[in-house]
Design a protein around this ligand. Structure first.
Ligand SMILES: *Cc1c(COP(=O)(O)O)cnc(C)c1O
Length: 367
């Protein structure tokens, strides 16, 4: 298997080599990595809820679920959380999945079949892309947030296909910008399409749902996917839509059917975390506004991209920050086209800590 080593060598040469770093503390704004304490600006634990736990949840439900939902792994607590999530997202129904990756791959490949058309934003998350790849539908990738081009494609191609799906992140995970949801909502209606929204970075950050920001309410042709592993601080994901959608996914979606259901203790903890969200979300919003003013980086979410020229530059800057006690890993191709530091804020950071980070970055920016 020499070719594997050869490929790894090339990755190192190109500054694209990745390696794991291990934490010896729970997730939080302060973490210990390799025996050193860091101020963490890289986590998706936007509300600082990941380290929350309640022994009660384990005592009542146990850690393991023992089977898939359809066998004997469907607990009352799963259904309670699903009802709560549907309520928060303003949909009829919601269905839990074991991860956002599996939800996205499953939903798209289950709904979009041969003869259908998928229109996908070029900066969509890898799991949406993989869902498209797994589907036998025709796929067209449209330029990032470019609704004019999207409409052009729809007007030319829509009629040639049976069903049509517009697929997009709500908050884009590497740039922190928000999709033009108002326009997408209108296009869905005009061209009789289904709108699939991945609200992973919007849920609990922008609001309960990013649609709320636009005063939009999901209808029967809107599907919202959210994750529990980010702002909600636990693990897993959910798909919100109509009762019929849930019913269909339970019967047809392979990433729902053929996997062990979420640990009930985690589901129980998620319900507890949800109670803490409103107050924490306010604090996060305050931090986002403060950091925007401080840095001039444009972002509409808790994700602030600091773009640099080359992968090497990103790695170097990240290393400098690391030496100074800040944890801000570099994001490089193939995850993104343009290398960057991806700074994420949480409700737990103080203004002092944000200033400290920014001063250190300014001291080490090239040029
Ligand atoms: C994190 C993420 C996912 C995957 O969710 P997991 O629960 O971590 O598998 C899907 N979509 C987007 C936009 C994400 O950022």
């Amino acid at each position: 298997m020499d070719w594997i080593e050869e490929e790894l060598r090339k990755l190192r040469e190109m500054g694209l080599y990745r390696e794991l770093r291990s934490l010896s503390t729970p997730q939080g704004k302060k973490i210990v990595v390799n025996g050193r304490e860091f101020l963490n600006f890289s986590s998706n634990d936007y509300l600082g809820l990941a380290k929350n736990y309640s022994c009660e949840c384990f005592k009542q439900w146990g850690a393991g679920s023992g089977a898939s939902r359809l066998v004997c792994g469907n607990f009352k607590i799963h259904e309670k959380l699903e009802n709560r999530l549907a309520e928060l997202k303003k949909t009829e129904s919601s269905l839990l999945f074991s991860s956002g990756y599996m939800a996205n791959v499953g939903v798209i490949s289950t709904l979009a079949k041969e003869g259908d058309l998928i229109l996908s934003d070029e900066l969509n998350h890898a799991s949406l892309i993989d869902g498209c790849r797994l589907s036998k539908a025709r796929k067209i990738v449209y330029p990032h947030c470019d609704t004019e081009t999207l409409e052009l494609i729809l007007s030319k191609e829509r009629k040639k296909h049976r069903h049509c799906f517009i697929v997009t992140d709500t908050v884009f995970s590497m740039d922190g910008d928000i999709a033009p949801l108002e326009k997408l909502f209108r296009l869905k209606d005009e061209y009789d399409a289904v709108l699939i929204l991945d609200d992973a970075h919007g849920t609990g950050v922008i609001g309960w749902s990013t649609l709320d920001l636009f005063g939009l309410k999901p209808d029967e042709k809107t599907i919202i996917i959210g994750t529990l592993g980010k702002a909600l601080g636990t693990f897993g994901a959910f798909v919100c839509g109509t009762n019929t959608l849930s019913e269909y996914l339970i019967n047809r979606c392979r990433t729902f059917i053929f996997t062990t259901s979420l640990p009930p203790a985690i589901v129980c903890q998620t319900l507890k975390n949800i109670e803490k969200v409103p107050e924490k979300m306010k604090r996060l919003q305050k931090n986002i506004n403060f950091f925007k003013e401080l840095t001039g980086i444009s972002s509409q979410s808790a994700i602030f991209p600091l773009l640099v020229e080359t992968p090497e530059e990103a790695v170097k800057l990240s290393q400098k920050l690391y030496q100074n006690g800040f944890f801000v890993p570099a994001i490089r191709p193939p995850t993104v086209k343009q290398s960057r530091l991806r700074i994420t804020l949480t409700s737990e950071h103080t203004e002092e800590e944000m200033k400290l980070l920014w001063n250190t970055i300014k001291n080490h920016l090239p040029g």
